[in-house]
Design a binder for this molecule. Structure first.
Ligand code: CTP
Length: 401
C-alpha cells in the first residue's frame, strides 16, 4: 500500500522512541522507503544503528555533518520526502515546530519540507493536556499538520491516561488510508471561492458581512489533500493559504466574478462557499465623504449573482453552491438548487447552535439534483469539507454531473 513512498521518520526523545524501531520495520514491510532523523535526546533511548539496520539508510543526526559538499543535507532530505512522520512527537518538538524553531537536523528539515507532516504525539498525560501543548497542537492543526492521536492506557511514567504513542500497526494503517484518499481527486481541477466581499462607499468605508472564510479554506485544504489541483478565489480574510493551493485575492463581488469566470472553463469541480454581497453602493466616491447634518441614504444596486451565471454557463463542471437558511431548509435548498442549475447544494441551517459565520463548526444538509439527500450533523468545518469532497468525488466518478 505504501509502495515506493518516500517517508522521512523523525524520532524525538521520549521513551516511545523504542516503538519507532518497530514502526520503521512496518513501514519498510508496507513497501515504503524510510530515512530516519533522530534528535539528540532520541539517541539516549535508542541507538541510531538500530534505525540504520532497519531502514538500510544512513540515519541523520546533525545538521552540520555534511557528507556530500554538492548538497545541503536538510534541504535534500526535505525535498526527497513524499511524506514526513514524526513519531514519537514529544511536547518539546511540538512546541519548537509551532514556534518555528530550527536548531537541529530534525527541526531544520521539518521547516524546509513542503510535504504533508503527520505527528504521533507521545508524552505524560498531564503534559499532553497542558494548555501550552494544546495551544501548540491547535496551531499546527490550523496550519494543516495531521495528528495521529495517542492512545489511552498505561504510560511509562506510571500514570494511566492519554499519551501513549499509537501502535506502529495503526500508524501504518492511518498512512495507508490517507494515501488512498489522496487518489480521490487526483488530476481534478477544483475552483473554490471563500470569504466575504467588500463593497466600497468611499476610500475608508465599505459594506461587508462577517464571513471568516473558514469553510472555503477548509475545502481548499482538504481538496488539495485529496490530490486535486486547487484554485482558491478569496475575499479579504485573515487566514494562511493552505499548502499547495493557488490563491487569488479579490475584494469586490465584481472582482470575484471576473476571476471565477476566468478559471471556470478549465475547472472540473466548482464550490462557491463565498458570502458574496448581493448589493453594492451605486456610487463609490474617490474621496472620503464628509458628514453633513441629517440622514444619509445609500442607494444600492444588485451585484452579479456569480453562481447563477455559472449555472447558466455550465458545461462539464460539477457545480456546488452554498445557502444559509433558518427554516424549511430542504425546501429552500431545493429551490436554489434548481433555480441556479446546480449539481449539489450545501444548505447551512444557521438557526442551529454552532452553525454559520465565524464558528469552527456547521450543521448542514447536502442535496443533489439527482435527489440525493444527506444530513451532516454538527461537525467541524474541516470534517464537513471532507464529507462534501467525498460526496463530490463519488458523483464525478459516477459521471452523474
Ligand atoms: N452567490 C454568488 N453571487 C452572489 C450571491 C451569492 O455566487 N452575488 C452564491 C454564494 O457563493 C452561495 C450562494 O450563491 O454559494 C448563496 O445563494 P443565495 O441565493 O445568495 O443564498 P442566500 O445567501 O441563502 O440568500 P437569499 O436566501 O437571501 O436568497
Amino acid at each position: 500500500m505504501l509502495d515506493g513512498k518516500k517517508i522521512v521518520l523523525g524520532v524525538s526523545g521520549g521513551i516511545a522512541a523504542y516503538k519507532a524501531a518497530a514502526l520503521t520495520s512496518k513501514l519498510i514491510q508496507a513497501g515504503a522507503e524510510v530515512k530516519v532523523i533522530m534528535t539528540e535526546s532520541a539517541q539516549k533511548f535508542v541507538a541510531p544503528t538500530t534505525f540504520q539496520a532497519l531502514s538500510r539508510q544512513p540515519v541523520y543526526r546533525d545538521t552540520f555533518n555534511e557528507q556530500d559538499p554538492s548538497q545541503i543535507q536538510h534541504i535534500d532530505v526535505a525535498d526527497w520526502a513524499d511524506l514526513f512522520l514524526l513519531a514519537p512527537a514529544t511536547a518539546n518538538i511540538i512546541g519548537k515546530l509551532s514556534g518555528g524553531i530550527a536548531d537541529d537536523m530534525l527541526t531544520t528539515t521539518l521547516l524546509a519540507t513542503e510535504v504533508p507532516v503527520y505527528l504521533a504525539p507521545a508524552m505524560n498525560v498531564h503534559m499532553y493536556s497542558h494548555p501550552a501543548v494544546m495551544k501548540n497542537m491547535k496551531q499546527l492543526d490550523e496550519w494543516g499538520f495531521k495528528f495521529i492521536e495517542p492512545g489511552e492506557g498505561y504510560l511509562a511514567c506510571g500514570y494511566v491516561g492519554k499519551g501513549r504513542l499509537e501502535e506502529p500497526e495503526t500508524i501504518v494503517q492511518v498512512l495507508e488510508e490517507e494515501h488512498k484518499k489522496k487518489q480521490l481527486l487526483k488530476g481534478v481541477k477544483v475552483l473554490i471561492t471563500a470569504g466575504p466581499t467588500r463593497e466600497k462607499i468611499d476610500p475608508v468605508r465599505f459594506f461587508t458581512n462577517p464571513s471568516t472564510g473558514k469553510m472555503g479554506y477548509a475545502l481548499a485544504r482538504q481538496a488539495s489533500f485529496f490530490g486535486a489541483d486547487v484554485t482558491l478565489v478569496s475575499g479579504p480574510v485573515d487566514l494562511p493559504t493552505p499548502g499547495g493551493v493557488h490563491r487569488i485575492d479579490v475584494t469586490t463581488a465584481e472582482e470575484m466574478y471576473q476571476q471565477v469566470l476566468e478559471h471556470y472553463h478549465t475547472s472540473d469541480l466548482v464550490i462557491k462557499s463565498a458570502a458574496v454581497a448581493d448589493y453594492r453602493p451605486r456610487v463609490t466616491y474617490d474621496h472620503k465623504m464628509k458628514k453633513s447634518p441629517g440622514d444619509y441614504v445609500v442607494e444600492m444596486e444588485r451585484t452579479k449573482d456569480i453562481l447563477m451565471e455559472l449555472g447558466e454557463r455550465k458545461e462539464h463542471q460539477y457545480l456546488i453552491g452554498f445557502a444559509a437558511e433558518t427554516q424549511d431548509v430542504e425546501d429552500y435548498g431545493r429551490q436554489k438548487l434548481e433555480k441556479k442549475n446546480l449539481d449539489a447544494i450545501v444548505v447551512n441551517n444557521v438557526s442551529e447552535k454552532g452553525a454559520g459565520f465565524g464558528h469552527d463548526t456547521n450543521v448542514s444538509l447536502w442535496l443533489t439534483k439527482d435527489g440525493d439527500k444527506k444530513a451532516f450533523p454538527l461537525m467541524s468545518k474541516e470534517e464537513l469539507a471532507k464529507n462534501i469532497l467525498e460526496e463530490s468525488a463519488r458523483h464525478i466518478k459516477d459521471g452523474s454531473s
